[in-house]
Design a protein around this ligand. Structure first.
Ligand SMILES: [Fe+2]
Ligand SMILES: [Zn+2]
Length: 356
Protein backbone atom coordinates (compact mmCIF):
# COMPACT_ATOMS: atom_id res chain seq x y z
CA UNK A 1 0.00 0.00 0.00
CA UNK A 2 1.23 3.46 -0.84
CA UNK A 3 0.07 7.06 -1.16
CA UNK A 4 0.85 9.44 -4.00
CA UNK A 5 2.50 12.79 -3.32
CA UNK A 6 2.51 15.33 -6.12
CA UNK A 7 5.70 17.38 -5.86
CA UNK A 8 6.94 19.78 -8.56
CA UNK A 9 4.55 18.18 -11.09
CA UNK A 10 5.95 14.69 -10.31
CA UNK A 11 3.95 11.95 -8.66
CA UNK A 12 5.89 10.06 -6.01
CA UNK A 13 4.49 6.90 -4.54
CA UNK A 14 5.39 6.37 -0.86
CA UNK A 15 4.91 3.17 1.13
CA UNK A 16 2.56 3.75 4.08
CA UNK A 17 4.31 1.37 6.50
CA UNK A 18 7.52 3.30 5.82
CA UNK A 19 5.66 6.53 6.61
CA UNK A 20 4.29 5.27 9.91
CA UNK A 21 7.66 3.71 10.80
CA UNK A 22 9.27 7.12 10.27
CA UNK A 23 6.74 9.22 12.15
CA UNK A 24 8.62 11.97 13.95
CA UNK A 25 5.98 12.92 16.55
CA UNK A 26 7.11 13.08 20.19
CA UNK A 27 5.45 9.73 20.93
CA UNK A 28 7.44 7.98 18.19
CA UNK A 29 10.72 9.91 18.20
CA UNK A 30 12.88 11.60 20.82
CA UNK A 31 14.34 14.78 19.33
CA UNK A 32 16.58 15.32 22.34
CA UNK A 33 18.69 12.28 21.57
CA UNK A 34 17.62 11.55 17.96
CA UNK A 35 16.43 8.05 18.81
CA UNK A 36 13.27 6.20 17.89
CA UNK A 37 10.96 5.46 20.84
CA UNK A 38 9.00 2.69 19.13
CA UNK A 39 8.61 -0.49 21.18
CA UNK A 40 8.70 -3.96 19.61
CA UNK A 41 4.90 -4.26 20.12
CA UNK A 42 4.30 -0.91 18.37
CA UNK A 43 6.62 -1.93 15.55
CA UNK A 44 4.74 -5.19 15.01
CA UNK A 45 1.45 -3.23 14.89
CA UNK A 46 3.01 -0.79 12.38
CA UNK A 47 3.43 -3.41 9.71
CA UNK A 48 -0.36 -3.98 9.65
CA UNK A 49 -1.27 -0.27 9.76
CA UNK A 50 -3.80 1.44 7.43
CA UNK A 51 -4.51 5.07 6.66
CA UNK A 52 -7.89 6.51 7.73
CA UNK A 53 -7.40 9.90 6.08
CA UNK A 54 -4.65 12.18 4.81
CA UNK A 55 -4.16 15.69 3.53
CA UNK A 56 -1.19 17.16 1.68
CA UNK A 57 -1.04 20.97 1.74
CA UNK A 58 1.19 23.90 2.75
CA UNK A 59 4.27 21.69 2.31
CA UNK A 60 3.10 19.28 5.00
CA UNK A 61 1.68 15.80 4.84
CA UNK A 62 -0.84 15.09 7.67
CA UNK A 63 -2.02 11.52 8.20
CA UNK A 64 -4.69 10.07 10.47
CA UNK A 65 -4.04 6.36 11.02
CA UNK A 66 -6.46 3.47 11.55
CA UNK A 67 -5.39 3.23 15.24
CA UNK A 68 -6.17 6.95 15.84
CA UNK A 69 -2.47 8.05 15.81
CA UNK A 70 -1.77 11.32 13.95
CA UNK A 71 1.44 12.19 12.04
CA UNK A 72 2.63 15.42 10.42
CA UNK A 73 5.64 15.40 8.09
CA UNK A 74 7.30 18.24 6.14
CA UNK A 75 6.94 17.08 2.50
CA UNK A 76 10.53 18.00 1.63
CA UNK A 77 11.82 15.78 4.45
CA UNK A 78 9.64 12.86 3.30
CA UNK A 79 10.86 13.18 -0.30
CA UNK A 80 14.53 13.49 0.71
CA UNK A 81 14.38 10.46 3.00
CA UNK A 82 12.27 8.31 0.65
CA UNK A 83 14.30 9.05 -2.47
CA UNK A 84 17.64 8.94 -0.63
CA UNK A 85 18.54 12.48 -1.79
CA UNK A 86 22.02 12.85 -0.40
CA UNK A 87 24.70 15.51 -0.44
CA UNK A 88 27.77 13.76 -1.71
CA UNK A 89 31.16 14.85 -2.98
CA UNK A 90 31.86 12.89 -6.15
CA UNK A 91 35.41 11.53 -6.21
CA UNK A 92 37.62 12.92 -8.99
CA UNK A 93 39.99 10.13 -9.92
CA UNK A 94 43.60 11.20 -10.45
CA UNK A 95 46.39 9.99 -12.65
CA UNK A 96 50.01 10.37 -11.41
CA UNK A 97 51.06 14.01 -11.09
CA UNK A 98 47.45 15.21 -10.82
CA UNK A 99 47.50 13.80 -7.29
CA UNK A 100 49.94 16.57 -6.37
CA UNK A 101 48.31 19.39 -8.35
CA UNK A 102 44.63 19.11 -7.49
CA UNK A 103 44.28 18.62 -3.72
CA UNK A 104 43.97 21.60 -1.39
CA UNK A 105 47.13 22.85 0.35
CA UNK A 106 46.12 24.32 3.68
CA UNK A 107 48.36 26.36 5.95
CA UNK A 108 48.55 24.83 9.44
CA UNK A 109 47.75 28.14 11.18
CA UNK A 110 44.44 28.43 9.29
CA UNK A 111 43.20 25.09 10.60
CA UNK A 112 41.71 26.68 13.73
CA UNK A 113 39.09 28.15 11.38
CA UNK A 114 36.18 26.18 10.01
CA UNK A 115 36.66 27.27 6.38
CA UNK A 116 40.16 25.70 6.32
CA UNK A 117 38.95 22.48 7.97
CA UNK A 118 36.20 22.30 5.35
CA UNK A 119 38.68 22.83 2.48
CA UNK A 120 40.93 20.08 3.82
CA UNK A 121 38.10 17.59 4.33
CA UNK A 122 36.51 18.40 0.95
CA UNK A 123 39.86 17.72 -0.69
CA UNK A 124 40.18 14.34 1.04
CA UNK A 125 36.62 13.43 -0.01
CA UNK A 126 37.16 14.46 -3.62
CA UNK A 127 40.78 13.59 -4.37
CA UNK A 128 41.57 11.13 -1.56
CA UNK A 129 44.32 13.41 -0.29
CA UNK A 130 44.77 16.69 1.59
CA UNK A 131 48.03 18.55 2.20
CA UNK A 132 48.88 20.80 5.17
CA UNK A 133 51.92 23.08 5.01
CA UNK A 134 53.90 25.06 7.61
CA UNK A 135 53.63 22.38 10.31
CA UNK A 136 56.30 22.08 13.00
CA UNK A 137 58.19 18.85 12.29
CA UNK A 138 57.23 17.27 15.61
CA UNK A 139 54.88 14.47 16.59
CA UNK A 140 53.05 16.89 18.92
CA UNK A 141 52.26 19.35 16.09
CA UNK A 142 51.19 16.42 13.88
CA UNK A 143 48.79 15.23 16.59
CA UNK A 144 47.36 18.74 17.03
CA UNK A 145 46.75 18.89 13.28
CA UNK A 146 45.06 15.47 13.20
CA UNK A 147 42.72 16.52 16.01
CA UNK A 148 41.30 19.30 13.81
CA UNK A 149 39.79 16.40 11.84
CA UNK A 150 39.15 13.80 14.57
CA UNK A 151 40.91 11.99 17.38
CA UNK A 152 43.78 9.71 16.33
CA UNK A 153 42.86 6.03 16.27
CA UNK A 154 44.55 3.72 18.74
CA UNK A 155 45.75 0.51 17.09
CA UNK A 156 48.40 -2.19 17.65
CA UNK A 157 50.91 0.41 16.41
CA UNK A 158 49.98 2.87 19.17
CA UNK A 159 48.10 6.15 18.79
CA UNK A 160 50.76 8.55 17.50
CA UNK A 161 53.58 6.52 15.95
CA UNK A 162 56.99 6.95 14.38
CA UNK A 163 58.77 4.81 11.79
CA UNK A 164 62.58 4.81 11.76
CA UNK A 165 63.30 5.24 15.48
CA UNK A 166 64.08 1.58 16.38
CA UNK A 167 60.45 0.51 16.78
CA UNK A 168 59.83 -3.11 17.67
CA UNK A 169 57.32 -3.94 14.86
CA UNK A 170 58.55 -6.37 12.20
CA UNK A 171 56.39 -4.96 9.38
CA UNK A 172 58.35 -4.23 6.13
CA UNK A 173 57.38 -0.54 6.58
CA UNK A 174 59.83 -0.42 9.50
CA UNK A 175 62.80 -1.62 7.39
CA UNK A 176 64.89 0.18 4.73
CA UNK A 177 63.82 -1.81 1.67
CA UNK A 178 61.42 -0.75 -1.07
CA UNK A 179 57.74 -0.84 -0.16
CA UNK A 180 55.33 -1.87 -2.91
CA UNK A 181 52.27 0.40 -3.00
CA UNK A 182 49.54 -0.87 -0.70
CA UNK A 183 46.65 0.01 1.57
CA UNK A 184 47.33 -0.26 5.30
CA UNK A 185 45.88 -2.79 7.74
CA UNK A 186 43.72 -4.84 5.39
CA UNK A 187 43.76 -7.33 8.32
CA UNK A 188 41.67 -5.03 10.58
CA UNK A 189 37.89 -5.61 10.72
CA UNK A 190 37.71 -2.02 9.47
CA UNK A 191 40.90 -0.79 7.79
CA UNK A 192 41.81 2.62 9.05
CA UNK A 193 40.18 5.52 7.21
CA UNK A 194 42.84 8.23 7.06
CA UNK A 195 46.59 8.20 7.35
CA UNK A 196 48.31 11.33 8.58
CA UNK A 197 51.93 11.21 7.40
CA UNK A 198 54.69 13.60 8.40
CA UNK A 199 58.39 13.26 7.53
CA UNK A 200 59.86 14.53 10.79
CA UNK A 201 63.52 14.15 9.96
CA UNK A 202 65.53 12.99 6.98
CA UNK A 203 69.23 12.70 6.34
CA UNK A 204 70.11 15.07 3.49
CA UNK A 205 73.00 12.76 2.52
CA UNK A 206 70.74 9.69 2.52
CA UNK A 207 69.79 8.15 -0.82
CA UNK A 208 66.35 7.05 -2.10
CA UNK A 209 63.27 7.05 0.11
CA UNK A 210 61.02 8.52 -2.55
CA UNK A 211 57.32 8.27 -1.59
CA UNK A 212 54.95 6.75 -4.15
CA UNK A 213 51.21 7.35 -4.22
CA UNK A 214 48.57 5.88 -6.56
CA UNK A 215 44.85 6.61 -6.74
CA UNK A 216 43.23 3.20 -6.23
CA UNK A 217 39.87 4.38 -7.60
CA UNK A 218 41.64 5.28 -10.87
CA UNK A 219 43.26 1.84 -10.95
CA UNK A 220 39.85 0.17 -10.45
CA UNK A 221 38.37 2.35 -13.23
CA UNK A 222 41.14 1.31 -15.67
CA UNK A 223 40.85 -2.37 -14.70
CA UNK A 224 37.09 -2.27 -15.32
CA UNK A 225 37.62 -0.69 -18.77
CA UNK A 226 40.33 -3.17 -19.78
CA UNK A 227 38.69 -6.30 -18.36
CA UNK A 228 35.21 -6.21 -16.84
CA UNK A 229 35.71 -9.86 -15.89
CA UNK A 230 38.94 -9.25 -13.90
CA UNK A 231 37.25 -6.29 -12.22
CA UNK A 232 34.23 -8.41 -11.31
CA UNK A 233 36.43 -11.19 -9.90
CA UNK A 234 38.25 -8.76 -7.62
CA UNK A 235 34.95 -7.36 -6.34
CA UNK A 236 33.71 -10.87 -5.48
CA UNK A 237 36.61 -13.13 -4.40
CA UNK A 238 37.34 -12.75 -0.69
CA UNK A 239 41.01 -12.36 0.19
CA UNK A 240 42.15 -12.95 3.73
CA UNK A 241 44.89 -10.79 5.23
CA UNK A 242 46.70 -11.25 8.51
CA UNK A 243 49.25 -9.61 10.76
CA UNK A 244 51.20 -11.63 13.28
CA UNK A 245 53.75 -10.52 15.88
CA UNK A 246 54.28 -11.55 19.51
CA UNK A 247 50.97 -11.05 21.33
CA UNK A 248 49.11 -9.98 18.17
CA UNK A 249 47.23 -11.93 15.50
CA UNK A 250 44.85 -9.83 13.37
CA UNK A 251 42.91 -11.38 10.50
CA UNK A 252 40.14 -10.22 8.18
CA UNK A 253 38.82 -11.13 4.75
CA UNK A 254 37.18 -9.13 1.99
CA UNK A 255 37.42 -8.49 -1.74
CA UNK A 256 40.28 -6.38 -3.14
CA UNK A 257 37.73 -3.95 -4.63
CA UNK A 258 34.66 -3.21 -2.53
CA UNK A 259 31.47 -2.03 -4.19
CA UNK A 260 28.56 -0.18 -2.61
CA UNK A 261 25.59 -2.46 -3.37
CA UNK A 262 23.11 0.44 -3.65
CA UNK A 263 25.13 2.83 -5.85
CA UNK A 264 27.34 0.25 -7.57
CA UNK A 265 30.32 2.54 -6.95
CA UNK A 266 33.75 1.48 -5.71
CA UNK A 267 34.23 2.65 -2.13
CA UNK A 268 37.27 0.75 -0.92
CA UNK A 269 40.47 -0.79 -2.27
CA UNK A 270 42.14 -3.48 -0.13
CA UNK A 271 45.45 -4.12 -1.86
CA UNK A 272 48.36 -5.32 0.21
CA UNK A 273 50.73 -7.82 -1.36
CA UNK A 274 52.52 -8.39 2.00
CA UNK A 275 49.60 -9.22 4.27
CA UNK A 276 47.73 -11.85 2.22
CA UNK A 277 47.06 -15.23 3.90
CA UNK A 278 47.19 -18.38 1.72
CA UNK A 279 44.28 -18.24 -0.70
CA UNK A 280 41.56 -20.90 -0.37
CA UNK A 281 41.76 -23.32 -3.36
CA UNK A 282 38.45 -22.23 -4.91
CA UNK A 283 38.70 -19.41 -7.46
CA UNK A 284 42.53 -19.58 -7.52
CA UNK A 285 42.89 -19.20 -11.28
CA UNK A 286 40.36 -16.39 -11.54
CA UNK A 287 41.99 -14.62 -8.63
CA UNK A 288 45.64 -14.83 -9.75
CA UNK A 289 44.87 -13.69 -13.28
CA UNK A 290 42.77 -10.75 -12.12
CA UNK A 291 45.19 -9.76 -9.33
CA UNK A 292 48.13 -9.89 -11.78
CA UNK A 293 46.26 -7.52 -14.10
CA UNK A 294 45.74 -5.10 -11.21
CA UNK A 295 49.43 -5.35 -10.25
CA UNK A 296 50.41 -4.66 -13.86
CA UNK A 297 48.32 -1.44 -13.85
CA UNK A 298 49.90 -0.38 -10.53
CA UNK A 299 53.33 -0.81 -12.14
CA UNK A 300 52.60 1.67 -14.94
CA UNK A 301 54.72 4.79 -14.60
CA UNK A 302 51.85 7.19 -15.41
CA UNK A 303 49.85 5.94 -12.40
CA UNK A 304 52.32 7.15 -9.76
CA UNK A 305 52.98 10.39 -8.02
CA UNK A 306 56.58 10.13 -6.79
CA UNK A 307 57.82 12.76 -4.38
CA UNK A 308 60.05 13.52 -1.44
CA UNK A 309 58.15 14.10 1.77
CA UNK A 310 59.71 17.05 3.54
CA UNK A 311 59.60 18.08 7.20
CA UNK A 312 56.86 20.70 7.62
CA UNK A 313 54.42 19.24 5.06
CA UNK A 314 51.81 16.74 6.21
CA UNK A 315 49.93 14.58 3.73
CA UNK A 316 46.63 12.98 4.67
CA UNK A 317 45.43 10.04 2.60
CA UNK A 318 42.15 8.20 2.40
CA UNK A 319 43.50 4.70 3.08
CA UNK A 320 40.35 3.16 1.55
CA UNK A 321 41.36 4.73 -1.74
CA UNK A 322 45.02 5.78 -2.08
CA UNK A 323 47.86 3.27 -2.21
CA UNK A 324 51.21 4.33 -0.80
CA UNK A 325 54.73 2.95 -0.99
CA UNK A 326 58.35 4.10 -1.15
CA UNK A 327 61.67 3.33 -2.78
CA UNK A 328 64.50 1.84 -0.69
CA UNK A 329 66.69 4.30 1.18
CA UNK A 330 69.87 4.84 3.13
CA UNK A 331 70.43 7.16 6.08
CA UNK A 332 68.11 8.44 8.73
CA UNK A 333 64.45 8.80 7.82
CA UNK A 334 62.08 9.40 10.73
CA UNK A 335 58.53 9.41 9.77
CA UNK A 336 55.63 10.14 12.17
CA UNK A 337 51.88 10.23 12.11
CA UNK A 338 48.65 8.55 13.07
CA UNK A 339 45.51 6.92 11.77
CA UNK A 340 41.96 8.29 11.93
CA UNK A 341 39.04 5.87 11.64
CA UNK A 342 36.69 6.22 8.65
CA UNK A 343 33.74 6.42 11.05
CA UNK A 344 35.20 9.48 12.82
CA UNK A 345 36.30 11.15 9.57
CA UNK A 346 32.86 10.83 7.95
CA UNK A 347 31.22 12.01 11.16
CA UNK A 348 33.31 15.21 11.04
CA UNK A 349 32.44 15.68 7.34
CA UNK A 350 28.73 15.41 8.24
CA UNK A 351 28.92 17.87 11.11
CA UNK A 352 30.48 20.36 8.64
CA UNK A 353 27.54 19.68 6.26
CA UNK A 354 29.85 18.41 3.51
CA UNK A 355 28.00 15.09 3.16
CA UNK A 356 24.76 13.59 4.49
FE1 LIG B 1 51.74 1.45 4.79
ZN1 LIG C 1 4.04 9.26 15.82
Amino acid sequence: MSIQLKVASKNISINIIWLRDNCRCSECYDRDNNNRKTTIQQFLKTIKIKIKDYIHEDNNLCIEWSDGHKSIYPTEWVIDMWTGNKIKIEPYTCLGEEIMKLPAKICYNDLTQEFAQKELIKSILKYGIGIVTNVNPTLEATEKLARFIAQPQQTIFGTMWTVGKNESHKDPAYLNGPLIVHNDNTYFCESTGLQVFHMLERDTKGKGGLSIVIDGFKVAEILKQESPMHFKNLTEIEIESEYIEPGVHCKWAGPVIKIDRTTNEVYQIRFNIYDRSPLPPSHSNEFYESYAHLVEILEREEMCWKHYLQPGTVVIYNNWRMLHGRTSFTGKRIFGGCYISMTEFLSKARTLQLIT
